[in-house]
Design a protein around this ligand. Structure first.
Ligand code: ZN
Length: 463
């Protein structure tokens, strides 16, 4: 008798489930989007290349901060913020996160900032502090922009939270192949060049957010490649290939889905350049290739996402290789004046000034975050310019997760993040870039293992 009832109930459930789905049972999530135009209002120094000497000359594509808020029930929330910027330092994200906690009660773990790493966007206060020396006038413009940016980011998060409506989520991934590994062996070290045999990650993860009326609200997509199609001679504001990709995806989507927002997420593309590069036409072509990859994914079947939203955020302390005052003094007192005025010389001076102020620069608080929907669609976010090997390793060592992806350039962009292998090889990402980032020395050899351990920890917390 008991068995009979059990069978009957199971049969009923099997019959009723498809019917309720067909009748359009209310979506599991709520979602809202908001967009702020963050294009500088007047000329400003552009970031990413130390070779530029004057403020920007015009605008090719406008820059945006975009927020996607997703909630489930009363307790579970997450807000994803993407920006067409070189990188947000924690001096900006910490301020915004504190305001958002106060105004909207959103916990730090449920807030994710990502930057596209465009090299034709404004210089951001606190990011790449020693890239070049700013004149007083340039500094005023940079300070004003930072204030405007903090207000815009806080505003866009609040707007997305208040725009939430019933929504469902779907995920899938495609592929684009214009990224190439740029760490090329040369004379016993590595130069920035082309390394066709080096590791790459062509994955294009896509998340579609759909309203209860079936219209697309947001398309979040990622790629692991520097936004450096446009080189240092180009002094006009743009989002590079990611800017063109977002424009193309929105244009295609908005015909049938008014207001649909496309959001680009920079993955672990620190050692990846677009290939070829150097002209606006190429930036447009790469953007259209990426948009085509996303649109192919949207035209195919997507896997529905269900279940709890869980988030975890932690700081892991990273250490630098040993460095001391005597080493910096030797550089500052070098008899060759060219050494003193080089990036290395300016860096040594800045380190001595920091030591004079009593700042110990021994460790760095590095952010690691996991965001999970139902346990089988999980995002890991890492701070800094993360080499592709981290994404490849975490994906390889975390089997069975649907559209699992790893984003770099998240929550704080403070340096390149090489693996142990890359650290031993040397090159720009390991050594020289630390001067521009104003950090005392290359990362210690245990950096990769500390970050991987922290990533495993946040992954376990969102299971
Ligand atoms: Zn970079």
């Amino acid at each position: 008798m008991v068995i009979g009832w059990g069978l009957t109930l199971r049969a009923l459930i099997l019959i009723l489930l498809p019917i309720s789905a067909a009748l359009g049972a209310s979506p599991e999530y709520r979602a809202g989007t908001a967009v702020a135009d963050i294009t500088p209002e007047s000329p400003i120094r552009l970031s990413g290349y130390g070779s530029r000497t004057k403020p920007s000359e015009g605008v090719l594509t406008r820059l945006h901060a975009k927020a996607l808020a997703i909630s489930r029930g009363k307790q579970e929330r997450v807000v994803i913020v993407t920006t067409d910027l070189i990188g947000l330092p924690r001096s900006i994200t910490d301020v915004v996160a504190a305001r958002v906690l106060q105004q909207y009660g959103l916990e730090r773990s449920a807030l994710w900032f990502n930057s596209s790493h465009t090299h034709t966007g404004p210089y951001i206060k606190g990011n790449l502090p020693l890239l070049f020396q700013l004149s007083a006038e340039d500094q005023t413009a940079v300070d004003a922009y930072a204030g405007r940016l903090q207000a815009a980011l806080t505003g866009v998060i609040g707007e997305a939270l208040s725009a939430m409506q019933p929504a469902s989520l779907g995920i899938a991934h495609g592929e684009a192949n214009f990224a190439i590994n740029r760490r090329e062996a040369a004379g016993g070290t590595m130069k920035i060049g082309l390394n066709p045999a080096g590791p790459v990650d062509f994955d294009v993860p896509v998340l579609r957010v759909t309203g209860a009326d079936g219209k697309t609200l947001a398309i979040l997509f990622g790629y692991a490649c520097h936004n450096t199609t446009l080189t240092g001679e180009f002094n006009v504001i743009s989002g590079d290939y990611a800017g063109f990709a977002q424009e193309a995806i929105e244009k295609a989507a908005q015909a049938a889905n008014p207001g649909a927002v496309a959001m680009f997420v920079m993955l672990c593309g620190a050692d990846q350049n677009p290939n070829p590069r150097g002209t606006v036409e190429l930036a447009r072509r790469h953007g259209e290739a990426l948009a085509a990859a996303v649109n192919r994914v949207l035209a195919g079947g997507m896997t529905p996402v269900k279940g709890r939203i869980r988030t975890a955020f932690r700081i892991v302390e990273l250490e630098f290789r040993p460095n001391d005052r005597a080493g910096f003094e030797a550089i500052v007192n070098d008899p060759n004046p060219q050494v003193r005025t080089s990036a290395r010389g300016l860096h040594a001076e800045a380190m001595l000034r920091a030591m004079d102020r009593g700042q110990t620069v021994r460790r760095y608080p590095y952010p690691v975050q996991a965001i999970s929907f139902g346990g089988d669609f999980t995002i890991v976010t890492l701070g800094g310019e993360v080499l592709v090997d981290y994404a490849l390793r975490l994906k390889r060592e975390s089997p069975g997760r649907k559209l699992f992806f790893v984003a770099g350039y998240s929550n704080d962009v403070m340096a390149y993040i090489p693996t142990l292998r890359a650290s031993k090889e040397g090159g720009y990402e390991v050594l020289d870039s630390m001067y521009y980032y104003g950090l005392p020395a290359p990362w210690a050899d245990d950096t990769e293992e500390r970050i991987i351990a922290a990533a495993r920890d946040v992954l376990n917390r969102v299971r």
